[in-house]
Design a protein around this ligand. Structure first.
Ligand code: 3PG
Length: 309
């Protein structure tokens, strides 16, 4: 009996990526591929997962209701890094393996972070004189796959690079030409630009708070291509009102987007949808990785990228 893999993406993968996934599934044999794209609500997903053994999603919400409705489900792959959209506890209870595809879309996200920084410091390309990245310093808050890509790009811009990540050893940072900081406070205090490259979890949610934000240097720029829940938005609003030198760019529009844009039109920049990983290259990498992981899971019991117990 063939196994059904459902790709459920509210924000679809590039056509090239889907074509490639079709080829891989066809060549493997024993699998059937279904697509649910641009759907409107969780009910559509609950309905679509009923008969599938495997599920591939992006930022799509895999709630406990979705898991419950997927009686045959054995594996969910979040085609991307952050799996905060998947109810991992519910999956574990139902013995569903949850995986991600770390590193596959990092370059797209890293490039967008610089795009956002440039957009802000070039004053949104509206005619006024801006400033440059060359000779400035960047602080990478989090030094995983995206942080490393950003360090590489920052070198090309002629920036000084600092990072803070308690889970990465300093030698590795130094080897890559990055100076390690011993705390987030220290990082925020010394650099011109701070880029958030950390996951959201119990430890990090709301951790970008007033105390930390107040460390930002004069004319500091914070760029967030990670998750909006990292930021204490009320604190961010307050500090931006108190200090007219700070700027904030984000790939995930804040809950307070309208108020922020109204109050600080030239000091904020938000994408209309989460766009960091929305490149053909990143889509190809993560979609191919996801479907390959699923095939390997069923054919060889491979659980290399499993994130749950
Ligand atoms: C990730 O965690 O990999 C990124 O946030 C990408 O999210 P997306 O696939 O929804 O664009």
């Amino acid at each position: 009996m063939s196994k059904t893999i459902l790709i459920a993406t509210e924000k679809p993968f590039a056509e090239e990526a889907i074509e490639k996934v079709h080829q891989i599934v066809h060549n493997a044999g024993g699998f059937e591929l279904k697509l649910l794209e641009r759907y409107n609500n969780g009910n559509d997903l609950e309905e679509a997962v009923r008969e599938v053994e495997a599920l591939i999603v992006r930022s799509d919400k895999v709630s406990k209701e979705v898991i419950k409705s997927a009686k045959k489900l054995q594996v969910v792959v979040r085609a991307g890094a952050g799996y905060d959209n998947v109810d991992v506890d519910a999956a574990s209870k139902q013995k569903v393996v949850v995986m991600n595809t770390p590193g596959q879309n990092s370059n797209g996200v890293a490039e967008l972070a610089f795009g956002l920084m440039l957009g802000l410091i070039r004053r949104k390309y509206l005619g006024g004189p801006g400033t440059e990245l060359k000779g400035k310093s960047i602080g990478l808050h989090g030094f995983g796959h995206i942080g490393k890509c950003m360090a590489q790009i920052a070198k090309g811009f002629g920036m000084k690079i600092f990072a803070y990540d308690p889970y990465v050893n300093n030698e590795l940072m130094n080897e890559l030409g990055v100076e390690a900081c011993t705390s987030a406070d220290e990082l925020y205090e010394i650099v011109n630009f701070v880029s958030l490259n950390i996951p959201v979890n119990e430890e990090t949610e709301g951790s970008i708070n007033y105390k930390l934000l107040s460390k930002l240097r004069k004319n500091g720029v914070l760029v967030n291509t990670a998750r909006k829940d990292l930021i204490d938005e009320q604190a961010l609003m307050q500090i931006m009102a108190e200090r007219d030198d700070l700027m904030y760019a984000s790939d995930i529009a804040p809950n307070w987007k309208v108020e922020m844009e109204e109050k600080f039109p030239m000091r904020t920049l938000f994408t209309s949808k989460k766009m960091g990983a929305q490149t053909v290259e990143a889509n190809m990498n993560s979609a191919i990785a996801a479907v390959t992981q699923i095939i390997d899971f069923f054919e060889r019991g491979d659980t290399t990228f499993q994130v749950n117990a």
